[in-house]
Write a protein that binds this ligand. Structure first.
Ligand SMILES: [Zn+2]
Length: 119
């Protein structure tokens, strides 16, 4: 693949961005460093009123949902970087056909071609 370095750069940048975002809303799971968990809101439950507690729980739940998305995306990016190392980058995981360049340009960690993108 000709522009492999270009996609590698994009993926490295995306990985950094994701890691930075993960660090703002989560922390690494101490028992499993490859897993991230949302940080529990710091709140004094004895003093906080009900609205405050509810807001914090809501924020925690939002963060957990965002975190899950980020982790999934990080997994895709890491998988793509591994494929670059192995020389299999840009191939559809289902058909083995090359993934369209415009699709990779829009999403360098795409695992499938357009035909199989919803599988
Ligand atoms: Zn395919």
């Amino acid at each position: 693949m000709e522009n492999l370095q270009h996609f590698k750069d994009m993926l490295e940048k995306e990985k950094e961005t994701i890691l930075r975002e993960l660090q703002t809303i989560g922390r690494k799971n101490p028992t499993n460093p490859s897993d991230w968990e949302a940080v529990e809101p710091e709140i004094n439950r004895d003093r906080a009123d009900e609205t405050e507690v509810a807001d914090n729980i809501e924020q925690y739940e939002n963060n957990s949902a965002v975190l899950e998305q980020l982790e999934k995306q990080l997994g895709n990016v890491k998988a793509a970087l591994e494929k670059i190392a192995k020389g299999t980058y840009g191939l559809c995981e289902i058909s083995g056909e090359p993934i369209e360049l415009d699709r990779l340009e829009a999403n360098p960690s795409a695992r499938t071609c357009k035909l199989h993108m919803n599988d």
